[in-house]
Design a protein around this ligand. Structure first.
Ligand SMILES: NC(=O)c1ccc[n+]([C@@H]2O[C@H](COP(=O)([O-])OP(=O)(O)OC[C@H]3O[C@@H](n4cnc5c(N)ncnc54)[C@H](O)[C@@H]3O)[C@@H](O)[C@H]2O)c1
Length: 253
């Protein structure tokens, strides 16, 4: 029997960046199941196609695929224009694309600093600036930025990543103040350690010491973050803006 539970994002148009794998992929799948019309973007066309096939197999609307590098502001503007051409509006932006290039401060190269800041912080800014115009015209919108607990507490070996994520938090709060009067709600999620390809590269010893710092004693799953993103995208969070929701099994409190 078909489910009669109302879908929480019925007909909402959502852009999800970094959707090809990990957390972004899970957000795209959950949003699709909740009735959203999606534009999915990442660097890999192949992985986006695989995700699109999976979404169609679930019986959900076929997503619009748009491979790009979020560091390229012209391509980001094109992504937004193409999404508007296809769907006529943009209700939700999830800025999830992100990278790490870890290394100690003294040995960190200019390239590793720039790559992380440009992808995580500048890429988030480019996407926000580009969707802000149509959202202001609509007088509604939701923006969800992927920060990290590392942006709150810092981490040895991740000065570039921590700075980018702390920057995302400040960007979120500033934009929330600027755009709140237009009914555009902007929040950040700060995930703790989540089991994705990004964290699978960590050695066993590091993972063991991380687990000791998490009160619930396990790494999070991409779905833990996707559920928080769904809450922030849905009508249930209509009086929440400029906030950072930490989803980390109690690691930072
Ligand atoms: N996994 C964790 O423990 C964790 C913890 C805190 C925050 N986060 C954040 O969550 C987000 C997703 O993390 P994940 O673990 O799923 O990572 P992941 O490495 O599995 O996926 C990253 C995604 O971002 C995309 N991407 C990277 N650079 C890009 C670029 N220049 N242009 C376009 N797309 C680009 C990739 O194609 C991929 O789809 C990131 O912002 C990350 O910093 C992750």
């Amino acid at each position: 029997m078909p489910s009669t539970t109302p879908k929480r994002l019925e007909d909402k148009v959502a852009i999800v960046t970094g959707a090809s794998r990990g957390i972004g992929r899970e957000i795209a799948l959950l949003f699709a199941r909740e009735g959203a019309k999606l534009t999915i973007t990442a660097r890999s066309q192949e992985q986006l196609q695989a995700l699109s096939d999976e979404i169609k197999a679930l019986g959900c609307a076929e997503p619009f695929l748009c491979p790009l590098d979020v560091k390229d502001s012209e391509k980001v503007d094109e992504l937004v224009d193409k999404t508007l051409d296809k769907y006529g509006r943009i209700d939700i932006l999830v800025n999830n694309a992100g990278v790490t290039r870890d290394g100690l401060l003294l040995r960190m190269s200019d390239a590793d600093w720039d790559d992380v800041l440009d992808t995580n912080l500048k890429g988030t800014f480019f996407c926000m600036r580009s969707v802000a115009k149509p959202m202001m015209r609509q007088r509604s919108g939701r923006i969800i930025n992927m920060a990290s607990v590392i942006g709150l507490i810092g981490n040895a070996g991740q000065a570039n990543y921590a700075a980018s994520k702390a920057g995302i938090i400040a960007l979120t709060k500033s934009a929330a103040k600027e755009l709140g009067s237009r009914n555009i709600l902007i929040n950040a999620i700060a995930p703790g350690f989540i089991d994705t390809e990004m964290t699978q590269v960590l050695g066993d010893e590091i993972k063991k010491s991380i687990l000791k710092s998490i009160p619930v004693g396990v790494l999070g799953k991409p779905m833990d973050i996707a559920k928080a993103a769904l809450f922030l995208a849905s009508d249930e969070s209509s009086f929440i803006t400029g906030q950072v929701i930490t989803v980390d099994g109690g690691m930072v409190m």
